[in-house]
Design a protein around this ligand. Structure first.
Ligand code: PLP
Length: 442
């Protein structure tokens, strides 16, 4: 999106000027939101304007801003100790969180847990573990994927070329088309699921001509493509992918950094697919905004020797108690079921809007990972990028926070416990923005 100051008050504009003067220009801001405080599913800016939060700090605040239980747990921990270094010493907070993660891990076998601080570090750990375990050095990823911005994870990221431009990415990754049935780029056989088409292409073209499967350490995939446009994979894709991995001794890494921690109505989005991965990357929603990430893998896979990986801050005690309490709140407040239910309500509302708004080309998602793609024409599927940008800006100026994904899509990812009246109010603002955008751009 092209950045504009519109929507910010005088205090906000002054702060943005100072920010522009000093902060790295590599940050690509969406709009002029300057936050003062936040609570639950609402945010206030420095000029006192109130917003409904349908983006949750980019799918991070799964139990909302400052959930009282998380605040209390963090306060208690602040009074004990903040840091000691998990890579060198021991403490209960990290073990307790790991035990909880083992309980909910979508794996075949008892999970072990590695902690870093962010999504990209989780992905780096997964890459290294796959190389360590298999002794192989090549990987398969997917076009449209976003796995992070450090050099290893960036080798997989294929969402926007600007994110890769000027950097020599370090890991050898071969990209496949994501099984996106709305925009298939491979030729489908009659009656075939696009999920099968993609796997046939991998086996009959890639493996036959360019890449020996025996050289491949792992395939890394998002169970719902996030940054790339909130794309739900075509049916059958994951079952076939698992079979391919088993046949050639390739590890299956799922990146649950955006889709995990209950966002889709199950603990992990891969649970919708009925296959078990070998390595799971987590971050974002697990920590309620405290920086934590990491990987889960069965003991039989995570058996690297001491010193082979580590981090000074990973699994920090403050982040660990924040994460453990977040997972407990999700369970005790029944937020998996609630995410599924609120997600259905939002999807139904958007499907109904499709009848009134011709620019809504495709509505899709699972639970509270809801996306929609805007088109100029439903037949040609020409991407309506300006219209999409206008919807986001108009919504912001009228008190609703949503963010883009893909080239011409918007994602809706409120906290899992977003109150129903805020969902209704937010959808109202959203539809008004859409009406305004269609009047201008269709
Ligand atoms: N993987 C996925 C699926 C993501 O959505 C993101 C961030 O948006 C990342 C990895 C990278 O996470 P981080 O920004 O914490 O490094």
């Amino acid at each position: 999106m092209k950045f504009s100051m519109a929507g910010a008050g005088p205090m906000g504009q002054a702060l943005i000027q100072r920010d522009i003067d000093i902060l790295s220009p590599s940050y690509a801001r969406e709009y002029a939101l300057v936050v003062d405080k936040a609570e639950g599913s609402e945010v206030w800016d420095v000029d006192g304007r109130r917003y409904i939060d349908f983006m949750a700090g980019v799918a991070v605040l799964n139990v909302g801003h400052r959930h009282p239980r998380v605040v209390e747990a963090v306060r208690e921990q602040l009074d004990k100790f903040w840091h000691i270094c998990l890579a060198d010493f021991y403490y209960p907070q990290a073990v307790e969180l790991a035990e909880k993660l083992r309980e909910i891990a979508p794996l075949n076998g008892r999970a072990r847990v590695y902690f870093g601080n962010s999504g990209t570090e989780a992905v780096e750990a997964a890459i290294k573990l796959a190389m360590y375990k298999t002794g192989r050095s090549r990987f398969i990823g997917f076009f449209g994927a976003f796995h992070g911005r450090t050099l290893g994870s960036l080798s997989f990221t294929a969402s926007k070329s600007v994110q890769r431009a000027n950097y020599l990415a370090g890991v050898k990754v071969y990209h496949l088309p994501y099984p996106n049935a709305y925009r298939p780029i491979l030729v489908q056989q009659e009656g075939e699921s696009y999920g099968d088409t993609v796997i046939d292409y991998l086996e009959e073209m890639v493996f036959r001509t360019t890449l020996a499967p025996e050289d491949v350490a792992a395939i890394m995939v998002e169970p719902i493509q996030g940054e790339g446009g909130y794309i739900v994979p075509a049916p059958g894709f994951f079952t076939r992918l698992r079979e391919v991995c088993d046949r050639y001794g390739i590890l299956l890494i799922v990146d649950e950094i955006q889709s995990g921690a209950g966002r889709t109505g199950k603990w992990w989005a891969i649970e919708h697919e009925e296959v078990q991965p070998d390595i799971v990357c987590f971050a974002k929603g697990v920590g309620s905004g405290m920086p934590i990430g990491g990987i889960l893998a069965p003991e039989s896979i995570m058996d690297w020797k001491p010193g082979s990986h580590g981090s000074t801050f990973g699994g920090n005690p403050i982040a660990a108690v924040s994460a453990l309490t977040t997972l407990q709140v999700i369970e005790e407040e029944n937020l998996l079921a609630r995410a599924a239910e609120t997600g259905r309500f939002i999807m139904d509302a958007l499907v109904e809007m499709e009848g009134r708004h011709p620019s809504l080309g495709d509505v899709r998602g699972r639970g509270l990972m809801v996306g929609m793609e805007f088109v100029k024409d439903r037949q040609t599927k020409e991407r309506a990028v300006d219209l999409r940008d206008h919807v986001i800006q108009h919504a912001f100026e009228h008190g609703l926070l949503v963010i883009p994904c893909g080239t011409n899509s918007i994602r809706i990812t409120p906290p899992l416990n977003v109150p129903h009246h805020l969902v209704e109010e937010g959808l109202h603002i959203f539809e008004a923005a859409l009406t305004d955008a269609e009047a201008k751009y269709l």
